[in-house]
Design a protein around this ligand. Structure first.
Ligand code: COA
Length: 204
């Protein structure tokens, strides 16, 4: 995994769940391939439909863990009792007019959903995005996915666009796709102005 080293500092971390238990979160490793395939294969189709590739296919999981597409800034996994129970990624283009934009995707095993884990994972990715210099973070959520909408809204994401009838659910029904965005550029602007303030050679 080609993640910049400062982003993986401090891992593994523990995310506390509402029931008092914890899940270990750490960067994904190449050796996770078999367990990633088991995790993805155990997800209901409904929960993995938003992913770009069919991750029940071993070759796609192989590509994912070896980061062939190279757009992954950070890929985290949740681990419990030796099993992978969540995947959370931050991706960005490394070329072109959207290099300042990062996209977040999170999927959690059904038995661990609704325990506060989603909010915890998104929080870690937002922090990593800011550290990586991402200025705007986006996430795509179908309008009927309440948990995902709430998790992003809770962390300051705003509904920035709605693509009408853009995705099909399992029954073939077309749903709106909500683009959530969190513009964190002000954080960088503030840091830059602080650096200027502290630089005795500038600003006379
Ligand atoms: C989206 C997802 C990651 C959220 O994770 P989660 O651990 O279930 O979410 P949390 O427990 O942190 O809950 C987030 C919020 O949604 C609420 N919520 C969770 N499930 C809910 C449901 N089924 N209906 C209504 N509200 C729900 C929680 O109460 C919480 O709101 P609050 O903070 O105001 O109390 C998880 O549901 C998932 O993996 N879904 C399948 C994949 C997916 O759709 N990913 C989204 C695209 S990135």
């Amino acid at each position: 995994m080609r993640a910049a080293s400062p982003l993986v500092e401090g891992y593994p971390k523990r995310i506390p769940l509402h029931d008092g238990s914890e899940v270990i979160v750490r960067p994904m490793k190449r050796s996770d391939e078999v367990r990633m395939l088991e995790f993805f294969s155990g997800l209901p189709l409904e929960d993995r439909q938003f992913l770009r590739h069919d991750v029940t296919q071993p070759e796609n999981v192989h590509r994912f863990v070896t980061d062939v597409h190279r757009d992954t800034v950070l890929a985290l996994v949740g681990e419990r009792d030796g099993r992978i129970v969540a995947s959370a990624t931050l991706q960005r283009h490394h070329y072109g007019w959207m290099t300042h934009v990062g996209e977040i995707r999170v999927v959690i095993a059904r038995n661990l959903q609704r325990h506060g884990f989603g909010v915890g994972l998104v929080k870690l990715l937002v922090k990593a995005a800011i550290q990586a210099g991402v200025e705007k973070i986006v996430a795509e959520v179908p309008s009927n996915r309440t948990a995902a909408r709430k998790a992003f809204e809770r962390l300051g994401f705003q509904r920035e666009a709605i693509l009408k009838r853009h995705v099909k659910d399992l029954c073939g029904r077309k749903r709106d796709l909500v683009i959530y965005a969190n513009d964190v550029s002000h954080i960088w602007e503030r840091m830059e102005s602080m650096v200027l303030d502290f630089n005795p050679t500038l600003g006379g």
